[in-house]
Design a protein around this ligand. Sequence first.
Ligand code: M6R
Length: 364
Amino acid sequence: EKGGYAHFMLKEIHEQPTAIKTTITPRIVDGMPNLEECGLTYDRLKGYNNIFVVACGTAMHAGLVGKYVLEKIGRIPVTVDMASEFRYRDPIIAKGDLVILVSQSGETADTLAALRMAKERGAETLSIVNVKGSSIARESDMVLYTHAGPEISVASTKAYIVQLSVFYLLSFAIAYAHGAISKEECMRLTAELQNVPNMLEVVLKTPDNCQYVASQLVNKENLLYIGRGLDYALSMEGSLKLKEISYIHSESYAAGELKHGTISLVTNNMPVIAVATQRELLDKTISNVKEVKARGAYVVLVTHGYINVDDEVADYKIGLPTIDDLLMPMLTVVPLQLIAYYTSVLRGNDVDKPRNLAKSVTVE
Ligand code: M6R
């Protein structure tokens, strides 16, 4: 049942290229995103001027990437909330707003309650859900299913990447519908997204660099992930994955915020995983990396393969293939998943069933 893999998590990490293809291919027609299956015509997409994304855990992290992409190219304000906060903060949502619920299981109690509240307040609701016929899928006005197939490992991997792929299609479509990008640009970005599965196959062929990093983390009790912009959103997912299955404490920090307190945690040989794929922010992130390095941190830099870094900047580099920076999270997440996976294996943990956690959180 694990298809020759040692754990479901590793199997599911390897299923990601296929899961993306299955999720996006039927939704691309003549090179353009097409979401009409759930009623999201370009006309309808044009009408949304305010978007909320509500979810928990990994699904919420997918929403953070979605926000960044939607705002960057669509120029539409997007608010991301954890469902357990959204429900109780009396959010200002009104008729005409779009509330997007993201959930692998479609049964997460807080996300379901947030959906019901959004409907009561007259918003339109769209869910991005993996499990067919689940409560969230049934109760939302529109559904865009992710086609990851069953995800068994408690630590979510392929569900996250397909949630991202749906956010990309939705963002390209909304940006085009609002006239924020041209048809050519929309087609170019869509074609880039279609390239992701093949590029991921390449990334998945060389896990040894992640195994090496795991061997450096295995005996640590604390580490930091840092990044800016999309890399920050992504590093939150990397940090959650590591915490969840390796039980090593880690925090994800916006690189520019370090010097406002967190850098005092950095001591000799503390690992810092710096994610720096956004080239317009590269110099800024590198200067933060130098700051932690100067305080003795052991720095792993995750960036484009062609970017050269000298020893004063990083102790180890994980190089990724290059696509449009906007789409880099689709590639970058994989080494972060693998680092978490191998660290958990090396620590002898129950990778697929981490302590205290359930796959589907149906209680509040
Ligand atoms: O089924 P859902 O996507 O609604 O679940 C949300 C979270 O409970 C889930 O993503 C959790 O954070 C994962 N265990 C993370 O790997």
